[in-house]
Design a protein around this ligand. Structure first.
Ligand SMILES: Cc1cc2nc3c(=O)[nH]c(=O)nc-3n(C[C@H](O)[C@H](O)[C@H](O)COP(=O)(O)OP(=O)(O)OC[C@H]3O[C@@H](n4cnc5c(N)ncnc54)[C@H](O)[C@@H]3O)c2cc1C
Length: 437
């Protein structure tokens, strides 16, 4: 057994993943005196350091970074940390409470023995645990459509997680596919660098950055939007799959208005539907998708207006948005060579990969069956899933709240197991698997 393991080969709790979620639950377990280990495949801050581009910054304001015991304490609470500041925030968090962290070790398999003990296979040998928190993030495998294989060999192509900056791509025009957070921000990054950008637009909604004197996030927070739990929605499954609203924190924060990009020279199309030799084919939904994104943004403003009016809040009036560009109707085709496109960036998201978890805790789509992170397998928990409990569950905003909840549950399970062990004579690690209450 490797000397890496700080507490031997059995732990009451093993936390898999040392990102913001894993660190948060570690902090909460430490506070409750629960012995545990945090196992991180790389090092703290890895996802932010290695899978975000050079100009990346948060979309959510810094004051929403409220990791347990370590809320944002910098000088710019209404600003947006850039990539390296986010990494430092996480490193400082780890230095602040020194979690029992083992870095550079990947958990490659997780099983539960008939006696209810979790067996973890790792790249540094096998360990066991009474309870396990899976905090490995929601974004595992870059998702690229199969049609990417049909691009001519000379075209450079990469996924958004591998994009660093405009200079990474050969000279020429760039096609960006997808308009979630990543696609919009990467398209803007290239556009600001003077590159000709062709953008295949999807159905993501947008939100204004500021409205009536404040960041819309501040209004929505005050309106209780981020406190709403998933249990309040009838279509919980659909809510969890929703695409984020696009907006940016760049240069102090501003709207992302794709119509304004088009007015300023970016070429906009509908969804990329096919690649046929050198020709790209785009669907006819561009106008509808732009209208939808604007309607969502204006709908959020309506809600803010209503809130302000109902409470008689003194907030400056602000004119509403008027579209600055409209697309021509119909589908579109584009010849790669004629357009001078030399590179394609797939901003088409990620898929989850939990195949290493050999425990029947997943539904037919591979999504963990859980309530607030507590799964149907006693002693197995998830943390950091988007909308695990609320809007901020997969973000800095509320991962700490979810961590506190799980830590309370884990602590209660442990105490319950101790009592059962005392009464029955069974070792505590055999009874932690029993559900509480
Ligand atoms: C482009 C983009 C922009 C975002 N912008 C914002 C934003 O503005 N504001 C915000 O609050 N959130 C934002 N998020 C969402 C969220 O904050 C991040 O995804 C965050 O990284 C999630 O933290 P986590 O700890 O849950 O997971 P991760 O940061 O992914 O950490 C998981 C850790 O687990 C490790 N790991 C994985 N598998 C194993 C294994 N088998 N064994 C051991 N270790 C393992 C990984 O190495 C990693 O370090 C953004 C996400 C993306 C992708």
């Amino acid at each position: 057994m490797s000397a890496r393991w700080p507490g031997g080969t059995h732990y009451p709790v093993a936390v898999v993943g040392g990102g913001q979620a894993g660190l948060s639950v570690s902090y909460c377990l430490r506070e409750r005196g629960v012995e545990h280990v945090v196992i991180e495949a790389h090092e703290v801050g890895h996802e932010w350091r290695e899978r975000r581009w050079d100009s990346f910054c948060l979309v959510t304001p810094n004051w929403q970074c409220k990791l347990p015991g370590f809320p944002y304490r910098g000088t710019d609470p209404h600003g947006f940390m850039v990539r390296d500041e986010i990494v430092r925030y996480l490193q400082d968090y780890a230095a602040h409470f020194r979690p029992p962290l083992v870095e550079g070790v990947r958990v490659t398999g997780l099983r539960r023995s008939p006696a209810g003990i979790f067996e973890l296979a790792t790249t540094a040998g096998d360990i066991t645990a009474g309870q396990v928190v899976v905090a490995t993030g929601p974004y595992h495998t870059p998702s690229v459509p199969v049609m990417a294989q049909r691009l001519p060999a000379g075209i450079a192509q990469l996924h958004s997680s591998a994009y660093r900056g405009p200079d990474q791509l050969p000279d020429g025009a760039v096609l960006v596919v997808g308009t979630g957070q990543s696609g919009c921000q990467i398209a803007e990054d290239l556009h600001l660098a003077g590159r000709t950008v062709h953008l295949a637009v999807g159905s993501a909604p947008r939100v204004a950055r500021f409205y009536r004197g404040r960041d819309c996030v501040a209004w929505l927070d005050e309106m209780g939007h981020y406190a709403r739990s998933i249990d309040e929605f009838e279509d919980a499954g659909a809510v969890r799959m929703r695409v984020n609203h696009y907006v940016t924190g760049r240069d102090g924060g501003r709207d992302i208005d794709l119509r304004a990009f088009a007015r300023d020279g970016m070429r906009l199309y509908g969804r990329l539907t096919g690649i046929d030799g050198r020709a790209l084919e785009f669907g006819a939904g561009l106008a509808a998708d732009l209208d939808h994104a604007d309607a969502v943004a204006e709908g959020i403003k309506d809600a803010i207006d209503a809130y302000i009016a109902a409470r008689g809040i003194g907030a400056p009036d602000e004119p509403r948005y008027t579209p600055v560009w409209r697309p021509p109707p119909g589908p579109a085709r584009l010849d790669l060579a004629e357009a001078g496109i030399t590179g394609v960036i797939w901003c088409t998201g990620f898929t989850r990969d939990h195949r290493w978890i050999e425990v029947p805790a997943f539904d037919g789509r591979g999504y963990p069956m859980h309530w607030r992170g507590i799964t149907s397998t006693p002693g197995l928990y998830f943390l950091g899933l988007p909308w695990q409990w609320s809007w901020g569950s997969g973000r800095f905003e509320a991962v700490g709240r979810d961590a506190e909840f799980l830590a309370n549950h884990i602590d209660a399970s442990r105490r319950y197991a101790d009592v059962c062990g005392t009464l029955t004579g069974a070792p505590a690690e055999l009874t932690t698997a029993l559900p509480v209450g």
